[in-house]
Design a protein around this ligand. Structure first.
Ligand SMILES: [Fe+2]
Ligand SMILES: [Fe+2]
Length: 264
């Protein structure tokens, strides 16, 4: 199988934005595949790891050069990183729009799968944001602990209510649309997101809780809130394709912390 054939296979059933970012980012689309790596971000470290492993193709969810469409000037980091990627010979495809915009968005699917939550997912009017109704009521604190333990997120942030059993959870992984609107929706108790504007969203949740409402914002970090979708993609590719080897490559969280044990 060639790299472009695998890309064409995974985008089937999905829909791209009008102008899509899901394109070939580097390398030869006709490369024959023996080894395929899957990651959230093609960081410098991931590119080096993928090269060391002998990857022919790298499937990424996020931009490689700090711009949604990679339209960026030749900044020092861009020039150096481009050189490294070209020298690696790895074919890189981005899989983003087609992954989110399908009957079942594969990012929340992966997050819920690895979190081990059971419940019902409904679409909302906002792109890549969903409403999850949990079968078993859970508190925000229990949910955040689960994320640190099961998803290996180093520090989950909680604003608002911590200890009320809840079932109505908005899934706003990454930085999608409608996060504030869903937080304000009286039907929503907990909002899970990757990144959030602190003065607006976190303060709204804090005041709502102080006023006696059940309202929580949980900030997981961008990578922590989306990478398990890519992990699930790698798992499925490995199950469906024995003609090449598939490996999920962890890019790790972007922030480090003062505690040494959280810095690996
Ligand atoms: Fe995403
Ligand atoms: Fe994202």
């Amino acid at each position: 199988m060639k790299a472009h054939e695998l890309f064409e296979e995974i985008i089937k059933g999905g829909q791209a934005d009008k102008i899509t970012c899901d394109t070939l980012k580097a390398g030869d689309p006709n490369k024959e595949l023996k080894k395929v790596a899957v990651t959230m971000f093609a960081t410098v470290e991931v590119v080096k790891k993928a090269k060391e492993w002998g990857a022919d193709m790298l499937i990424v969810h996020e931009p490689t050069y700090y711009d949604h469409f990679e339209n960026i000037e030749d900044l020092p980091v861009v020039v150096a990183k481009r050189k490294l990627i070209e020298e690696s010979g790895i074919t890189i495809y981005r899989y983003h729009d087609y992954m989110h915009h399908r009957e079942v968005d594969q990012i929340p699917e992966g997050e819920i799968y690895y979190l081990g939550l059971k419940g019902n997912v409904e679409k909302t009017p906002y792109s890549a944001s969903y409403l999850f109704t949990a079968n078993e009521p859970i508190t925000a604190l229990e949910l955040a602990n689960k994320m640190e333990k099961v998803l290996d997120i180093k520090k989950v942030r909680i604003a608002g209510t911590r200890n009320k059993k809840s079932t109505k959870i908005a899934l706003c992984f990454g930085t999608p649309g409608g996060v504030f609107e869903l937080l304000c929706d009286p039907n929503v108790e907990i909002v899970l997101t990757g990144e959030a504007c602190e003065w607006k969203l976190a303060e709204y949740a804090r005041d709502a809780n102080t006023l006696g409402m059940n309202k929580t914002l949980i900030v997981m970090g961008h990578i922590g809130s989306e990478r398990d979708g890519m992990r699930l993609l790698a798992k499925r590719l490995g199950e469906n394709h024995t003609e090449f080897e598939t490996r999920y490559m962890e890019c790790g969280e972007v922030y480090t912390y003062t505690e040494e044990k959280l810095c690996q």
